[in-house]
Write a protein that binds this ligand. Structure first.
Ligand code: ADP
Length: 493
């Protein structure tokens, strides 16, 4: 670690836990920042000030500057706030109520109502405001670590607006893609409001079949690109998983790397989890049984399930996550005496399916359609098997939480799921979960049935649980990799 003490990194993201969260991105940015700081990096964070953030009643310091940000023909005034996390990371919040004081971060989760119509303006504003922030606090990072499409335009703004200034001449961009399915695509007519140079709206630049593609702009203008698992880094360079950007990514393959996300062991620790009723660890698993008993009661499920596998799934209810497969297989799961717990919000049709399932099997099936962090912990602690049949999964956090909580994952062998779970059928002495390799209901069921078979052999089952619990998915390991990459970027450019 040659220069870690001096390395300055600004995390630019549209969500950061605990300030604003819709999914894994928030967890990653929050935890990575904390661990980079532990490594001696001067890491700071910037995100918009949402209504969700305001409701947290944070201790905030108002910075004594207004910022003026042009978007199209408008000049918007924004305000800057600062807070510090319990771990000492400085966090800047950009306030512009017109854009961010809303019920949701990106739009109504009901697809009928969809994304906010002004998302392009909102995140152009955010990306440009980042530079004003740096100037006002008189602090310029060596690396802008930008995340997903919402922060992607920081890269072209650096390249075309700021690179030739004294303040930003040595700054570089690292883009992390958390999910390539979300690219921030807007009509080509929006290009004018970015104020980026005309020549950048072409095939080598931000243009994508006549439209504006924010993520593509980030990919082509960043010095380096990472994604959140080694397998996903390979997959996104193929037409099957490339969401139309595989060619663009292949062009940058020498600057593209997969770094597996870690999980925050301070927050997700079964031995010390304020949300659960009994602690447990890989040496003494007895508390897990108490957690299961409590969960069954909390969700009004039959206590008979104490002696049968309790399956669970948590996550955004979208096509990606494979809820359709879980729904299709549920009656078979119940026929085998097992139970199912579902926690998620998202597409109304999916919620409707699980609502009916719960009505049909009230003893064995519980479905909760809320975003409930504490319940997520109790489910991880109390369930036996975690189902994660994602069609694609850049990294996935829930399977890692499950491993940590002795909740054996059954996953589709894709992306980060493939990188983090070892198939107990293929590798009986090393297995930490069960995988299926062809995406259909039959193969999914076969993997679940294999899990049920081993569940019926408690000694064997416990070995799988313990192996999973003892895996190291710590952030310190991943943060070190990012640190090395930052230094490489600074040196090579
Ligand atoms: P993604 O980022 O694609 O949504 P991940 O598995 O990487 O999926 O991360 C999802 C994160 O969001 C996890 O921390 C998970 O526990 C949490 N989460 C998702 N939906 C819910 C919910 N309804 N209630 C509580 N936590 C949720």
């Amino acid at each position: 670690m040659a220069m870690s003490g001096n390395l300055k990194v600004l995390m630019c993201a549209s969500e950061v836990a605990p300030f604003a969260k819709t999914g894994g991105l928030a967890d990653v940015v929050g935890a990575l920042s904390k661990h980079l700081r532990k490594l001696g990096c001067d890491v700071r964070v910037v995100l918009p000030m949402y209504r969700q953030t305001k409701s947290l009643q944070l201790k905030l310091e108002a910075l004594p500057h207004k910022i003026f940000v042009p978007v199209g023909i408008h000049h918007y005034t924004g305000y800057l706030w600062k807070t510090t996390t319990g771990d000492g990371v400085e966090v800047y919040l950009i306030e512009k109520d017109e854009f961010f004081d809303r019920s949701f971060l990106y739009g109504n989760p009901d697809p009928e109502r969809g994304d906010y119509e002004d998302n392009a303006e909102r995140f152009i504003f955010f990306c440009r405001a980042v530079f004003s922030l740096c100037l006002h606090i008189d602090w310029t990072p060596n690396i802008f670590h930008i995340h997903d499409w919402q922060a992607s335009l920081v890269a072209p703004y650096l390249q075309y607006h700021w690179r030739n200034t004294d303040e930003f001449s040595t700054a570089r961009c690292l883009l992390t893609i958390h999910n390539l399915a979300f690219q921030g695509i807007f009509p080509g007519s929006y290009y004018g409001i970015t104020h980026l140079p005309d020549h950048f709206f072409n095939m080598e630049g931000m243009e994508y079949w006549g439209q504006c593609n924010f993520l593509k702009a980030g990919i082509v203008c960043s010095e380096f690109i990472t994604t959140v698992s080694p397998s996903y880094a390979k997959q996104i360079q193929t037409p099957e998983y490339g969401h139309g950007l595989d060619g663009v990514l292949r062009n940058r393959s020498d600057r593209l790397l997969g770094i597996l996300n870690g999980i925050d062991y301070d927050t997700w620790d079964p031995a010390n989890d304020p949300f659960t009723v009994a602690p447990f660890d890989s040496i003494n698993l007895s508390g897990k049984k108490l957690c299961k008993k409590h969960l069954l009661k909390e969700l009004n499920l039959t206590p008979d399930l104490l002696d049968h596998p309790l399956c669970a799934i948590i996550g955004r209810m979208t096509y990606q996550k494979g809820y359709d497969l879980v729904h299709a297989i549920a009656p078979t799961i119940f026929d085998h005496g097992a139970g199912l717990v579902v926690l998620g919000t998202g597409i109304p049709e999916i919620m409707k399916l699980f609502r009916s399932l719960q009505q049909k099997y009230p003893d064995r099936c519980a479905a909760v359609f809320e975003f409930d962090e504490s319940l997520a912990h109790r489910i991880e602690a109390g369930a036996d098997i975690f189902l994660m049949p994602s069609r694609f999964e850049p990294c996935g956090l829930n399977q890692m939480y499950s491993l940590r909580y002795g909740t054996v994952p059954v996953v589709y062998a894709t992306g980060g799921l493939d990188d983090t779970v070892v198939d107990a059928v293929e590798y009986p002495d090393k297995g930490t979960g069960f995988k299926f390799y062809k995406y259909d209901v039959d193969n999914f069921w076969e993997a679940i049935r294999n899990a049920f078979d081993v569940y019926a052999q408690p000694e064997k089952w416990q070995k799988i649980q313990i192996r999973g619990m003892e895996q190291d998915f710590s952030w310190s390991r991943s943060a070190l990799k990012y640190m090395e990459l930052y230094e490489q970027i600074i040196k090579t450019d």
